[in-house]
Design a protein around this ligand. Sequence first.
Ligand code: ATP
Length: 213
Amino acid sequence: MLGIYGGTFDPVHYGHLRTALEVKEALGITDLRFLPCRSPPHRGSPGASPEQRLTMLELALQNAGSGFSVDRRELDREGLSYMVDTLTSLRAEVADQPICLILGLDAFAAIPAWHRWRDLFNLAHLAVMQRPDSPDPVWAREISDIVMERRVNDPRDLQASPFGKIVFLKVSQLAISATAIRHLIACGRCARYLLPDPVLAMIQSVGLYRQYC
Ligand code: ATP
């Protein structure tokens, strides 16, 4: 199964890496791709350029072992990065193989704002990452209908069809965010142990995020 972990990765940190590993193991994903977006439709411009975010991801994954990679297709596409376009292009490459889009609970709750969001379920499964101690949220109506229709509890059910299911997975939620890392760096504080050392070394050598304070 192909797993897609989308995000801005401005910069990538251990919150992303740990959850990606846990989801990969839980779902039996053989090919997990981090997919940095070029222009996020629902937020301001990233602090690092697309190429810098890509390089940071490559540095973060240099010792990750097989089964992890970076997919640069959104960086190579002009304009806003719509997930429906990305999944359409991936689907054309993998035929009937299952694809699973991995996202956090917050992102899932906001999914009705995504471009052509209902079409996503004809292209991929969704794995929604939850904190281990979190109760099920109270959903907006259009989300609860979709969850009722498509939710499966056994991760193995995702292997049985190429798209269309939703699974909720409890993962370690490390209290790390890219925003907090950017602020630490801008304030001249040390971000070590929140993200891989080679990524931090690149941030320091290029002078990224110094303007955020
Ligand atoms: P920012 O602080 O700039 O908003 P971020 O750290 O949330 O960034 P994104 O690139 O926006 O990172 O996130 C990509 C995906 O990673 C999202 O689905 C988000 O839910 C998930 N994610 C981010 N941080 C964590 C974390 N600490 N633990 C688990 N998942 C995370």
